[in-house]
Design a protein around this ligand. Structure first.
Ligand SMILES: O=C([O-])CC(=O)C(=O)O
Ligand SMILES: [Mg+2]
Length: 616
């Protein structure tokens, strides 16, 4: 095995990419056949130097230029066991133990990966506190990366609530206390003027996806500052497990501009900058430096996913960079796409077309207005009516009540398109009575806001009201699954952002769906990467929604489900990726040419698989 080590590396001694990449690319040039896990790379054009790129200009540097002294070595012995990328623990074979100086460093037993998986799942299930499961899984990720992904892929429904919402929320709240090894890249105000250098400290050079947060709105939990790092880390582990993007090409980043969370500022274990959040020019300049450094370092085709930014910054950043970078805001666009998919699927259960429905939102931030706009675009696409018209069936309530035209003067810009003619209404329940929606969507981040009266009113207005409680984590859910089913007397079709167990009501079992952007972003990102897309367009989001809705089977509908189960997520992601890539080609935004004939097969061939490889 060939391995690359960076000296004094505090992060995982992540390894070998450069040499391995070089070999893979040479192979790709020699044979156009795709190998599992190598597909995305293999399609990259060969370079004049035989495939090994001079990434940071180290070869070309003159004497007055600074370079990074990267070193290469073959990993063996203790170093190999401590390298999460290549460590296999007890699964090293006798031959490998001999060849890699492992004799005596391991007990005699040789386990296969399946037995290791069984043992770890058994151990994980012993922990009763979800945060302990989270910590055990993070330890595994830092110890044996392939085994971590094998567990996550094979037990996705069981482990998703651990590495993702709701447990990741608690992990972020306590991130300073549970901190062990650093994960991801931290860029703080201290690094202003040096962000490019910071990026070059990351041991991987071939980055395809960055998930970045500034920690200001972590799920529905608010400002967690630097401790928001749990979110990019969690999202990217889903990019790999659910979407098959290689772990080495994923980069979690937290931008630390301070926090306005007093509790954290006074917490002795807080890991971030101990100062109030920078705003305005100072904030914009740091973000601008970051965006330029990323493009300079990784090129045009690196996907930057904005995650859990506060509303004002989220909309501004997306607007500012969507014409110059490959950017995607998961909370605006990913959530919109997953909800639209659920709505399209739900028509099979409730009847009519999308245009026949009336939508009411509680929450007019990123998720609320993002979903509302995508619904309006889809109706416009289906009916050919202008989007200004189709928006009129969609109503939003924010903290001040129903958004109506008399409030136009004081509304934030992203709320303005939703200010329709109506008298002012203060309370949600009165808005439900006045608007008579068929679909009620909670996207405010505030829990317990769908009261008994709200749900009962929805049930009195509709035979099958569609109720989506999207806010995360579970503590912020607008209502629980049990409340939705019991208060509506079993009439509601319900889905939520964070998972709920099935509910028994009057002898019948109701299975709630999980309307979470995790259905969309891994496949969406894979579609962008595999086509070499350089920009994101709304049409791609619509394509992703339609692809996800098409994956709901009759068997799922029979159970009242509007989303397919997460157990099939890799297949679902391949279909989403294929439709997104097809759209990128159609729009002339794809750079990997020629277009593969069968995009679903191609997507599958690009996906990372976590089985161990043999070492020579
Ligand atoms: O992380 C999740 O579960 C969904 C999401 O993007 C959010 O709530 O901000
Ligand atoms: Mg989010």
């Amino acid at each position: 095995m060939i391995s690359l080590h960076r000296h004094n590396n505090l992060l995982h001694p992540t390894t070998a990419r450069r040499v391995v990449l070089g070999v893979r690319k040479l192979l790709a040039v020699m044979s156009s056949t795709l190998v599992n896990g190598g597909g995305v790379e293999a399609s990259a054009p060969a370079t004049a130097d035989g495939g090994v790129r001079d990434f940071y200009g180290e070869e070309r540097a003159t004497e007055d230029q600074l370079i990074t002294p990267w070193a290469f070595s073959v990993s063996s012995g203790c170093t190999l066991l401590r390298d999460p990328r290549y460590n296999k623990g007890l699964a090293f074979t006798e031959k490998e133990r001999d060849a890699h100086y492992l004799r005596g460093l391991l007990p005699p037993a040789v386990f296969n990966q399946e037995l290791q998986e069984k043992r770890l799942m058994h151990n994980l299930r012993q922990y009763e506190v979800p945060l302990h499961r989270y910590m055990a899984l993070m330890d595994l990720q830092e110890r044996n990366e392939r085994l971590f992904y094998k567990l996550l892929i094979d037990n996705v429904e069981e482990l998703l609530p651990v590495v993702y919402t709701p447990t990741v929320g608690e992990a972020c709240q306590k991130y300073g206390s549970i901190f062990r090894r650093p994960q991801g890249l931290y860029i703080s105000l201290k690094e202003k003027g040096k962000i490019l250098e910071v990026l070059k400290n990351w041991p991987e050079k071939n980055i395809q996806v960055i998930v970045v947060t500034d920690g200001e709105r972590i799920l529905g939990l608010g400002d967690l500052g630097c401790q928001g790092m749990g979110i990019p880390v969690g999202k990217l582990s889903l990019y790999t497990a659910l979407g098959g993007v290689r772990p080495s090409s994923c980069l979690p980043i937290t931008i630390d501009v301070g926090t306005s969370n007093e509790k954290l500022l006074n917490d002795e274990f807080y890991i971030g900058l101990r100062q109030k959040r920078a705003t305005g020019k100072e904030y914009a300049e740091l973000l601008d430096e970051f965006m330029h450094a990323v493009k300079q370092n990784y090129g045009e085709k690196v996907l930057i996913q904005f995650e859990d930014f506060a509303n004002h910054n989220a909309f501004d950043l997306l607007a500012k960079y969507s014409s110059s970078h490959l950017v995607f805001n998961d909370d605006i666009q990913g959530t919109a796409s997953v909800v639209l998919a659920g709505l399209l699927a739900s028509l099979k259960l409730v009847g009519g077309t999308l245009a026949d429905h009336t939508f009411l939102f509680l929450g007019a931030g990123e998720a609320g207005t993002g979903i509302a706009e995508l619904i309006a675009l889809e109706i416009s696409k289906q009916t050919k009516a202008p989007v200004e018209e189709t928006r009129k069936k969609i109503w939003l309530v924010d903290s001040k009540g129903l958004i109506v035209s008399s409030r136009l003067g004081s509304l934030q810009h992203f709320k303005k398109p939703w200010a329709h003619e109506h008298e002012p209404v203060k309370e949600l329940v009165d808005a439900v009575k006045a608007i008579k929606p068929t679909v009620l969507i909670g996207s405010s981040g505030a829990g317990k806001t769908f009261t008994k009266e709200v749900v009962e009113t929805m049930a009195s207005l509709n035979k099958k009201p569609l109720i989506l409680a999207l806010s995360n984590p579970t503590s912020q859910s607008e209502c629980t699954a049990e409340e939705a089913y019991t208060w509506s007397k079993g009439q509601a079709i319900f889905a939520s952002g964070s998972p709920f167990d099935p509910v028994e009501y009057e002898g019948k079992v109701f299975v709630p769906g999980q309307a979470n952007n995790a259905y969309i972003f891994p496949g969406f990102g894979l579609g962008l990467i595999m086509s070499g897309a350089i920009r994101v367009r709304d049409e791609m989001l619509l394509a992703a929604s339609e692809a996800l809705a098409a994956q709901v089977s009759q068997e799922n509908y029979d159970k009242g489900l509007i989303y397919p189960p997460f157990t099939d997520i890799r297949k679902i992601s391949a279909h989403i990726a294929a439709k997104v890539a097809a759209k990128a080609y159609e729009l002339g935004l794809a750079s990997h040419l020629p277009q593969p004939k069968d995009l679903v097969k191609y997507a599958e061939s690009c996906m990372y698989s976590p089985g161990y490889r043999n070492y020579r």
